[in-house]
Design a protein around this ligand. Structure first.
Ligand code: GLY
Ligand code: MN
Length: 354
């Protein structure tokens, strides 16, 4: 079933006549097309308005929605209003998690309907990836694994975080990524204790850990991975910390499946940290979902007490961060099934010493 039909089928459950989709990921999810426009999905059909920059391509790619070109004096809102009147749409949901407040007020003033927050409708559907979405995510991850293989040849003492980040961007694009899923994080030595450090002028030196967190986009879908490698020999403490993170990550992956709560998967990894005495240095949740956006719901987090759906794609990324000293994070991306999970990340996880 295509996504437009899936959205239409969900409308009665949410007591809606239609869903108004205005965000880039929402548009991409609904139509499998990215221009810049507005989608209205009703119980019986769909309407897409876009402008002259995208119409020719939309005609080639979009199926299942009536297409209308915006033109001067008649923009998305006016067209949506006309369509709503014509189809007697009274209760219309909108992407309440994506729409700026000012824009909401403009829509609400103009439209002849009751605008109802409905972020959960799309989030619920987007949480379970279908085979085509999974194929795009597998390819995004393949590119990312290859880029990791390439970057290992580039890292050497004297290279700065900034140079390594720039090279990762180059490799991800060269290998076929459409764009970055997010700005790469590259953190050497003491910078590694900041989970989302920004790459700077710190050069890699012998005895340092180097954490790299990066991903690309393929056909709109994101990948995400983190590896921490050591340049020169690690100390015993560094090895112990690395092994603890790896054991926690494996425990998280072993616990990750559909039907259990995000909290229980997070707890499986956290328990390993606790037993090793590092729990207080694992300062974020275990993982997040990803897809058209790098951070989606549901999360593998101590606050998520809901069962995880089949087909959710989540990161599993524990870390230990010792302030002012060093940090280690290891991140894979997995697809949840009823009996366990499939790991999309193929890169090795044993401690690589360069
Ligand atoms: N890999 C970046 C993040 O998960 O926030
Ligand atoms: Mn991540």
């Amino acid at each position: 079933m295509n996504h437009l039909s899936q959205i239409a089928q969900k409308l009665p459950e949410h007591d809606l006549d239609a869903l108004l989709i205005t965000s880039e990921p929402g548009e991409r999810y609904a139509l499998g097309f990215h221009g810049e426009g507005v989608v209205l999905v009703t119980r019986k059909g769909a309407h897409y308005s876009t402008d002259g920059r995208y119409m020719e391509q939309a005609k080639l790619q979009v199926t299942g929605a009536e297409l209308t070109l915006t033109y001067t004096g008649k923009g998305h809102m006016a067209l949506a209003k006309e369509y709503m009147k014509e189809h007697h749409l009274e209760r219309v949901g909108f992407e309440s998690g994506q729409m700026p407040v000012d824009e909401y007020h403009r829509w609400a003033e103009l439209l002849p309907c009751i605008l109802t927050p409905a972020q959960g409708l799309l989030d619920g559907l987007r949480a379970s990836k279908d085979p085509q979405e999974l194929e795009a995510m597998r390819q995004a991850q393949r590119i990312t694994d290859q880029a990791f293989g390439e970057i290992l040849n580039f890292i050497r003492p004297g290279r700065t975080e900034r140079e390594i980040a720039a090279r990762l961007v180059y490799e991800l694009l060269r290998l076929g990524g459409e764009k970055m899923a997010f700005d790469p994080i590259v953190a050497a030595g003491a910078n590694g204790s900041k989970p989302h450090a920004q790459p700077g002028d710190q050069a890699v030196a012998p005895g340092m850990f180097l954490t790299m967190d990066f991903g690309c986009v393929w056909e709109g879908y994101c990948s995400d991975m983190t590896r921490t490698v050591c340049v020169g020999q690690p100390t015993e403490e560094m090895e112990r910390v690395y092994q603890t993170v790896l054991d926690a990550q494996k425990a998280g992956i072993a616990a990750a499946r559909a039907g259990v709560t995000g909290k229980s998967v997070d707890a499986a990894a956290r328990q390993v940290m606790e037993e090793a005495g590092y729990e207080e240095y694992f300062s974020h949740s275990l993982g997040h979902s990803l897809g058209l956006e790098i951070h989606e719901s549901p999360n593998l987090s101590y606050t998520n007490e809901k069962p995880l759906p089949v087909g959710a794609v989540t990161s599993v990324e524990p870390g230990i961060y010792l302030p002012g000293r060093f940090g280690v994070r290891i991140e894979d991306v997995v697809v949840l099934g009823e009996a366990g999970c499939e790991n999309l990340t193929q890169s090795p996880k044993n401690l690589i010493v360069l």
